[in-house]
Ligand binder design. Structure first.
Ligand SMILES: *Cc1c(COP(=O)(O)O)cnc(C)c1O
Length: 458
């Protein structure tokens, strides 16, 4: 097999895409307030906004949809999903939710009180916001290597164990209702966490009686990175590795729109019965009955099949290699990226690429705008638009350490020539990058502002 194995599938349905002309792209940008979340998908050529819910389902998943049992309670679809959940994750209980953030909301509503802190390697934006929305404090304790785009640490998503111990000692266990770990670590590069680190984090949380929840969105990609990079795991299957990961935890939140290979769905899983009963009440209030959450029966079936497909080794080998391929093509063209590339996305280092644009003029957002303008490519900013916030104690703005443009690759959707086109578009921007200007915000809501903020070019 070549280093970049070909797609382990072929296509039997096609969805046409088109590149609208330059003037149309410019007016689409103006209409959106220079926020590419506001652009119609029809006007996007290659959509790398997110890998969340944007994947292609398999023939088995489409067939499973037809078997969906829409009974309000105790459907066959739920039973099939519950069996799969038990096999893959091994938790005693779970509730289905419509997305990952609904699972986070339920967890926070049950465990988090005002003023309490939740440590993680790096919280994803929805987790961060769910904690803040309940007046809690999300705390990121990832290893320092994560902040150096050129540090080739094989597990850059790892929690810094010394920072975690110190944080717990300083804060006090009564102020930490639960602890988390995001695998892979989306907000700082889709970087994996090693099993050694997961084991150590678990023992620190357990020693302190802090319940440990994993944000499991990309657990299968993380398991495959462990297989490739961690000694002692090369002969283990992704499924065996996953079981070991979850055995160290007390529960998990997951958006099935990632490694569950579906367009909608998620869950909150746990071992504690009392927590399950309370989660069930919250679920019934906000999502739906215990055996469907916010989903249709057929969605549960698609998740059950998708979770298994997500652990397929041939698929995972192709998946991680496709991401690595895009990273190599960008590197060949001297585009600075976060190294090594993560599982689901390549992150372009906008601070290095556009050094003349300061953080308060949003260099990564400016690069997202250029990518659309130049090639009809949609990406997402993971930088100051997403994470800069006012420190209420000092009254000063706090900016994130990295300004990134994330090129997230939908699962089983784009081919190698689409990736070549993305690299080609970057080269065109690089040739005139000194003329790229920053942006100023003209409107922004208080939480999760990147979704709806509006900008003007400077
Ligand atoms: C997508 C994602 C979430 C939130 O899931 P949604 O289904 O979008 O609500 C949480 N954590 C991580 C790491 C994610 O990537």
């Amino acid at each position: 097999m070549p280093i970049h194995p070909p797609e382990p599938f072929r296509m039997k349905m096609v969805e046409p895409i088109r590149l609208i002309d330059k003037e149309e792209r410019q007016s689409a940008l103006v209409r959106s307030g220079y926020n590419i979340f506001g652009i119609n998908a029809e006007d996007v050529f290659i959509d790398l906004l997110t890998d969340s819910g944007t994947g292609a389902m398999s023939q088995e998943q489409w067939s499973a949809l037809m078997l969906g049992d829409e009974s309000y309670a105790g459907s066959r679809s739920y039973v099939r999903l519950a069996e799969t959940m038990k096999e893959i994750f091994g938790f005693h209980y779970f509730v289905p939710t419509h997305q990952g953030r609904a699972a986070e909301n339920i967890l926070c509503s049950l465990l988090l009180m005002e003023g309490q802190s939740v440590p993680s390697n790096t919280h994803f934006d929805t987790t961060d916001a769910n904690i803040r929305a309940r007046k809690g404090v999300p705390v990121n304790l990832v290893i320092d290597s994560a902040y150096d785009p050129n540090d080739r640490h094989p597990f850059k998503g790892n929690m810094d164990l010394v920072k975690l111990e110190n944080f717990i000692a300083k804060t006090g266990v009564d102020k930490i209702p639960f602890g988390m770990l995001t695998i892979t670590n989306n907000a700082s590069g889709g970087q994996p966490v090693s099993l050694e680190n997961i084991r150590a984090v678990s023992s620190i949380y357990r020693k302190n009686n802090i319940p440990f929840f994993i944000d499991a969105c990309r657990y299968a990609e993380n398991a495959y990175f462990i297989k490739l990079r961690e000694s002692g795991y090369s002969e283990k299957s992704p499924q065996e590795i996953a079981r070991e990961i979850f055995a160290y935890t007390d529960g998990a939140t997951m958006s099935a729109k990632k490694d569950g290979h579906v367009n909608i769905g998620g869950f909150l899983a746990m071992n504690d019965e009392d927590l399950y009963l309370r989660a069930g009440n919250e679920l019934i209030l906000r999502e739906g009955f215990l055996t469907y959450g916010g989903l249709a029966g057929r969605d549960l079936d698609a998740i059950a099949v998708g979770l298994r497909e997500g652990l397929d080794e041939k698929y995972l080998a192709y998946r991680l290699a496709q991401t690595a391929y895009l990273a190599e093509k960008l590197t060949e063209r001297d585009i600075p990226i976060l190294n090594p590339p993560g599982g689901h996305a390549v992150y372009v280092d906008a601070k290095t690429f556009l050094p003349h644009i300061p953080p308060h003029e949003f260099p990564a957002q400016a690069l997202c705008v250029e990518l659309y303008q130049e090639g009809g490519i949609r990406s997402v900013e993971i930088g100051s638009v997403m994470f800069a916030h006012l420190d209420t104690k000092t009254g000063k703005m706090v900016y994130p350490k990295l300004e990134l443009v994330r090129l997230a690759i939908p699962r089983r959707v784009y081919t190698q020539s689409h990736m070549d086109y993305v690299a080609y578009t970057f080269a065109a921007i690089a040739a005139r990058k000194d003329s790229v200007r920053g942006l100023k915000i003209t409107y922004a809501p208080e939480l999760l502002r990147h979704f709806t903020a509006r900008f003007e070019p400077l």
